[in-house]
Design a protein around this ligand. Structure first.
Ligand code: ADP
Ligand code: MG
Length: 496
């Protein structure tokens, strides 16, 4: 795909100056992270970023934005379908201890009677453009577009970050394009109000809870590297409603200072909690002992509105994603036109359970491992397997029940484009081949019967070097980016 402006940029001092200025802009506007190598609570580094925004087809961007409310609705309804979650996860929870423990909490609070019927979903649906026409539903592969459609990577239902870093990357690119004199191009950078929307969602949940003195709790890790993203959420909540306090605690701390009163209101010391926003708790690494599991159960039992509630968390598992992609599974939740729209964005997803269907998928992957990604029930990056590792791992677990802990997904092949990746402590940026992953943010608030709010609120773009399997920004392979909309491709079929 062509870059937004011709590359390479004129070399020498001008480029060097521009990069230094962009780095300073990033630091001074909070497009940063704490350093892992030389951590200090008193300073931040700029987060790795692409110097220029990445080209993205306008019609596909608009389609991704347009479909988000449908995905919100789907996730919300699935989260309220106990039988579906139980059937989908039945074999997985027998072999995957972490998912099993989450499911136990779900069973426990269900048996006790759900205290808080409302859930808040701050979701992010991640997607990539696909270049392989065989995977596309389009009937017209003859177009000259450098991609054919886009496919969903996953929907995040817990700790879906970059609600601040997404929009600020667009602002950074506005600055860079302006410095380069490309003023007319600025109109191709779409507005992005993700931060306002996500924080607005938390404040809506706070209003539903309806206790003027209550606070919003951010559940955090022991050390937060992605501090800017989180803090700007706090600052935005204060900006929208100065009366609402945000407090931050780890699960370990919550186990000590948290308690429920006789109406199951959650108190941390003397502060009543209206909304619990998890930015931790999505990986077994955050549960050092029973203490943290006790805290999770305490929160789940409480009257506070959880983002996510335990059933929302389970709805975001890879296994549920794979089950939803099976023929006919969406019909229960969505109208036929919406079903058509959602079906098109699923790429091949296969169960690896020890049965005929699983054996077939296993065979397919062993014969052609580079076509697939092997995924466990984990979040946060770095857990999937690619290429030859798919084969060797599958051979290892072929006869074991552990197969049910994994799913198989067709690998998406996004179009490559060139850009400069700017990272701390790396000298002399060179034009690099990269690929991008777009995330669309959605807010959904409701209970089993009613959806009070269902909106698409903004987006984020992450870009990685094209040879990397995964693009974790903190891990150093990925970088902040924003979309530069271009009119290539063709208007997609419209179902919704
Ligand atoms: P996590 O929950 O750890 O974020 P993901 O399913 O999002 O797991 O996978 C992590 C990363 O791996 C993605 O951000 C993407 O870069 C890459 N990836 C995942 N699935 C695919 C796929 N089907 N095709 C290509 N890349 C993928
Ligand atoms: Mg992901």
């Amino acid at each position: 795909m062509e870059p937004c402006i011709p590359l390479p940029l004129a070399d020498g001092n001008t480029l060097k100056e521009l990069i230094q200025k962009a780095k300073d802009w990033a630091i001074m506007h909070g497009a940063g992270m704490r350093s892992k190598d030389s951590f200090s609570p008193d300073s931040i580094n700029f987060a790795p970023f692409m110097l220029l925004p990445s080209t993205f087809p306008r019609c596909e961007f608009e389609r991704a934005v347009g479909i988000q409310p449908v995905l919100n609705e789907l996730m919300h309804k699935v989260a309220h379908d106990y039988d579906f979650l139980k059937n989908s996860l039945e074999t997985t929870i027998k072999v995957d201890e972490f998912t099993g423990r989450l499911f136990n909490i779900y069973e426990t609070v269900r048996a006790e009677g759900i205290t808080q019927p409302f859930s808040l979903g701050l979701l992010r649906s991640d997607l990539m453009l696909e270049t392989d026409w065989r995977k596309c539903h389009s009937e017209d592969p003859a177009t000259s577009a450098p991609y054919c459609c886009w496919k969903q990577v996953e929907v995040n239902t817990i700790a879906a970050g970059f609600g601040f870093l997404g929009p600020i990357s667009g602002q950074l690119h506005r600055f860079v394009l302006t410095e380069l004199g490309h003023l007319t191009e600025l109109r191709n950078l779409p507005d992005n109000n993700a931060l306002e929307g996500l924080c607005g969602g938390m404040l809506s949940a706070w209003k539903v809870y309806n206790q003027p003195m209550s606070a919003i709790l951010f559940v955090i890790e022991d050390v937060t590297y992605n501090i800017c993203d989180q803090r700007f959420h706090e600052f935005e909540i204060q900006r929208q409603n100065a009366k609402v306090r945000v407090i931050r605690n780890t699960l370990t701390e919550i186990a000590t200072i948290g308690k429920l009163d006789n109406e199951k209101r959650l108190f941390l010391n003397d502060t009543e909690i209206a909304v619990v926003y998890f930015r931790a708790g999505y990986t077994p690494d955050h549960y050092y002992s029973e203490t943290e599991w006790n805290a999770r159960l305490l929160i789940e039992r409480s009257l506070a509105i959880k983002c996510p509630s335990i059933q929302y968390h389970l709805t975001g598992t890879k296994k549920v994603q794979q089950e939803l992609a099976r023929p006919g599974m969406l019909d229960k939740y969505l109208t036929p036109d919406k079903v058509e729209s959602v079906k098109e964005i699923f790429t091949g997803l296969y169960s690896l359970g020890k049965d005929e269907v699983g054996d077939k998928a296993m065979q397919m992957a062993l014969e052609n491992p580079t076509r697939f990604v092997l995924k466990p029930q984990r979040e946060g990056g770095g857990n999937n397997m690619y290429g030859e590792n798919v084969k060797s791992y599958l051979e290892k677990i072929k006869d074991s029940d552990e197969r049910s802990a994994w799913i198989l997904m067709e690998r998406i092949n996004p179009p490559v484009q060139t850009n400069y990746m700017i990272r701390p402590n790396i000298q002399g940026p060179i034009v690099t081949e990269v690929v991008s992953e777009l995330g669309i943010f959605g807010v959904v608030l409701g209970n089993a019967d009613t959806i009070l709010e269902n909106t698409q609120v903004g987006h984020m773009l992450r870009t990685k070097i094209s040879s990397a399997d995964e693009g974790g920004v903190a891990a150093g392979f990925g970088a902040l980016d924003s979309v530069y909309l271009v009119d290539i491709g063709k208007a997609p079929k419209k179902h919704v």
